[in-house]
Design a protein around this ligand. Structure first.
Ligand code: B16
Ligand code: MG
Length: 215
């Protein structure tokens, strides 16, 4: 294995909880009740598609125009970005900094494959952006996760084929995308939640660069 591809929310930082808080506030305002179980379906899914799923869940998709949904998505993002203001280097998830520093020592490139348009901002806040050879711009994608496109592009940024890299993901949509291009998938979570992952771990402190490059 010659490179690592990282999802962001739920893998490098616990920003998933801030997405949930911001979506819940917006859903409450329009009279839709969402809970954490429903929120699982939004992980790894783009902002606009997440909103569409919420509106469909509350049977309200037909009530809003395109302009209204664009304004709602923008409002959710403003709240989310305000919550991110609190982020600091201590908010990197366990093992993240050590793993990235070790990859750098072994000269193994790392890239980010996140659906979030805030990824560069979050990496700066966590103080880990310097470890990445590239960040896929979600604006360049024709399809979001579970389509493999984002992971293929992440491998290309390292001049690697997908099957020469390992992808880390916390969402089922992400595991499906990684496996869809023949990449080795490490899920962060539980094997009941992450079907099809080649290996499931709790966090990055459970693996070493040394062992993974020998796969
Ligand atoms: P934004 P990931 C995803 O990030 C989140 O899991 C998902 O909840 C969010 O809607 C999506 O990013 C878009 O984020 O609104 O900031 O552009 O898990 O792919 O790193
Ligand atoms: Mg994620």
């Amino acid at each position: 294995m010659k490179g690592f591809v990282f999802d962001l929310d739920g893998v490098l930082a616990d920003t998933a909880k801030y997405h949930y808080i911001a979506w819940k506030r917006l859903a409450d305002e329009i009279g839709i009740q969402i809970d954490e179980a429903f929120n699982e379906q939004l992980k790894g899914i783009s902002r606009q598609e997440s909103l569409e799923r919420i509106l469909e869940y509350g049977n309200k998709a037909a009530f809003f125009s395109k302009q209204e949904t664009a304004a709602m998505a923008e409002k959710k993002n403003q709240q989310y970005v305000e919550l991110l203001d609190e982020l600091s280097p201590e908010d990197a998830l366990p093992g993240v900094r050590e793993f990235l520093a070790s990859a750098q020592q072994y000269n193994i490139p790392c890239t980010v494959a996140s659906a979030s348009k805030s990824a560069p901002f979050i990496l700066d806040k966590l103080g880990i952006r310097e470890y990445f050879a590239g960040i896929v711009d979600p604006a360049d994608l024709t399809k979001g996760k579970p389509d493999p496109e984002i992971f293929i592009k992440a491998a290309q940024l390292m001049k690697l084929k997908p099957n020469e890299a390992i992808g880390f993901e916390d969402a089922q949509a992400g595991i499906d995308g990684i496996k869809g291009c023949g990449m080795y998938a490490i899920g962060l979570g539980t094997s009941e939640q992450l079907i099809g992952a080649d290996r499931v771990i709790r966090d990055l402190s459970e693996v070493t660069v040394e062992e993974l490059i020998c796969l």
